[in-house]
Design a protein around this ligand. Structure first.
Ligand code: DAK
Length: 257
């Protein structure tokens, strides 16, 4: 695994830290491949039920590595499928991935946070798509995921001005699920992740898949997907266990089956 990415296990939660402080966690292939490798190993680990992606208390990621791409020509980006080849790995992970964002989440940093299933932010978090200042535009989903999260007006404002938005504004407009004091971000995020990881893994995966469907289908198709998945959940031992435990006034013992 890349030395710019640290993977740790906390109970049933896998924690992935981007650790490239000298470049404010700028995202190069080594970092992105390291995140991908960590996701792959946590996905394969039956003991892991939820994954957290974070940076440091000062910076989540200040964007794609400008030094790496500044002299690119068209074929340098197109031929190796720059971004698509490895960045989209976060999206294909079937276990829930929470972004825990402290400090800057700019450009590609904001985009990888948005690829996660939800964002918890520290009070010092700052989000933005400043690519316009560099003479380019968001290339890893910023113009597409941001409007879906915050609406067209605010997304257009952020992408066209390149300004940063603080945690309070990001929560108010729906980009962020919850805000925590900066020194409590990891502790609180791990606590929430442990709650998720204690549920039945197949049900957690079904919930994730169903909510994500809301962004990729019409309402009628999304509702049908939800209904059929809900029906399928009755084939699980864990549904029997969950409802039996409720009736017997005891805690359920889920076996991920
Ligand atoms: N890349 C490389 N190095 C970076 C960096 C980045 N994105 N951001 C910061 N650094 C480096 C700085 O160069 C500096 O290095 P040294 O000079 O010390 O060697 C070090 O980190 C500390 O940065 P500062 O001195 O600037 O720190 P400050 O606290 O003064 O300012 C800042 C913090 C975050 C406001 C500032 O560093 C900043 O504005 N950084 C750039 C933010 C940014 O523009 N991010 C967007 C990057 S563009 C594509 C698809 C996607 C993308 C591109 C193409 N295609 C499909 C083709 C995505 C693009 C982006 O994400």
């Amino acid at each position: 695994m890349s030395e710019n990415v640290i993977a740790e296990t906390h109970g049933k939660v896998g924690l992935i830290r981007i650790n490239r402080p000298e470049a404010l966690n700028a995202l190069n292939n080594e970092v992105i491949d390291g995140i991908g490798d960590a996701l792959t190993s946590f996905e394969a680990d039956a003991g892991i039920g939820c994954i957290v992606l974070t940076g440091s208390s000062k910076v989540f990621a200040a964007g794609a590595d400008i030094g790496f791409m500044k002299d690119f020509g068209y074929m340098d980006a197109y031929q190796p499928d720059f971004i698509t080849r490895n960045w989209e790995r976060i999206r294909t992970c079937r276990k829930p991935v929470i972004a825990a964002v402290a400090g800057y989440a700019l450009g590609g940093g904001c985009e990888i946070a948005m690829m996660c299933d939800m964002i918890y932010a520290a009070e010092n978090a700052k989000f933005g798509q400043p690519e316009i200042k560099l003479g380019t535009l968001p290339g890893a989903g910023g113009t597409q995921r941001l409007p879906r999260a915050v609406g067209k007006a605010k997304a257009m404002d952020l992408c066209l001005t390149g300004r940063m938005m603080d945690a309070a504004e990001a929560e108010k407009c729906g980009l962020v699920a919850r805000i925590f004091p900066t020194d409590k971000l990891i502790e609180e995020t791990l606590a929430a992740a442990q709650v998720i990881a204690a549920y039945s893994l197949p049900v957690v995966m079904m919930v994730k898949e169903a909510v994500n469907r809301a962004y990729e289908s019409s309402l009628a198709e999304g509702l049908l997907f939800e209904r059929r998945t809900f029906h399928a959940s009755f084939a699980l031992d864990d549904q029997k266990e969950g409802m039996a435990a409720f009736s017997e006034k005891r805690k359920p013992r889920f076996r991920n089956r």
